[in-house]
Design a binder for this molecule. Structure first.
Ligand code: PXP
Length: 249
């Protein structure tokens, strides 16, 4: 199967804010990083406003909404506070993610099937104001069906387990996870959902996911911000883009 279209790259700038917040200073500024990422060819910017504001702040979201030329993918937990913020800003996309205070990063996908009714009511007003609603989920048929039933337009497949198996050298498990991700990307597409993917992707792991014909967008942050220390943000993004295009072809 040929790819369904050009693969977009969303650059997640959360960890620019992590570095800033480590010292409670005003720099480095995530909005400046986002503008640089746009210049380097990012198709969109992703930012996660966590309930504990450990990295991105409310002021960062204000700044991004005012300054970005590309779409903002606003990641958030499905809470009334975050819904009110999203309704005020009306970003291009809202990506619902699970959030636990004790976790270091978003560890699993959202449990849509267990909370179908609540989530259907939660996303309706976001859709009404024109946000594209995306749900960050594991490659699990039950969750994908539930995301479809509640009216999400997009699912983002969690690639964290695949990337962890790769970096730990568990290649059999990695390959099994890759098969599951590929099957579930095709399944989600067959339901009419747009398919995105992300979490933990690096230069080594991006190609296999970029090659899935149904995947239309990758959201990548931590590795790129880390790599920027060594080669600069623009070259780090350019190399990721090169690898995505190469895999897609
Ligand atoms: N997609 C989602 C839904 C996420 O929560 C994150 C992490 O914030 C990412 C993509 C990017 O993951 P990473 O920073 O590991 O590239």
């Amino acid at each position: 199967m040929k790819p369904l279209g050009t693969l977009r790259l969303g650059v997640n700038i959360d960890h620019v804010a992590t570095v800033r917040n480590a010292r409670g200073s005003a720099y480095p500024d995530p909005v400046r990083a986002a503008l640089l990422a746009e210049e380097a060819g990012a198709d969109g910017i992703t930012a996660h406003l966590r309930e504990d504001r450990r990295h991105i702040s409310d002021a960062d979201i204000d700044g991004l909404m005012a300054a970005l030329k590309t779409p903002l993918n606003f990641e958030m937990a499905a809470t009334p506070e975050m819904q009110a913020i999203a309704l005020r800003h009306r970003p291009h996309a809202v990506c619902l993610v699970p959030e636990r205070r004790e976790e270091r990063t978003t560890e699993g996908g959202l449990e849509v099937a267990r909370e179908e009714n609540r989530l259907a009511h939660f996303i309706a007003p976001l859709r009404d104001v024109g946000c594209r609603v995306s749900i960050f989920i594991a490659a699990d048929q039950k969750q994908i069906e539930a995301a479809h039933r509640i009216g999400a337009q997009v699912i983002e497949l969690h690639t964290g387990a695949y990337c962890d198996f790769h970096s730990e050298g568990h290649f059999d498990k990695r390959d099994a996870e890759l098969v599951r991700l590929r099957e579930m990307a095709a399944f989600a597409h067959s339901l009419g959902l747009e398919v995105h993917a992300g979490h933990g992707l690096t230069y080594e792991t991006v190609g296999a996911i970029a090659a899935f014909p149904e995947v239309m967008e990758l959201n990548i942050g931590h590795f790129l911000i880390g790599e920027a220390i060594f080669r600069g943000l623009s070259p780090a993004i350019a190399e990721m883009r090169r690898l995505m295009v190469e895999a897609r072809d």
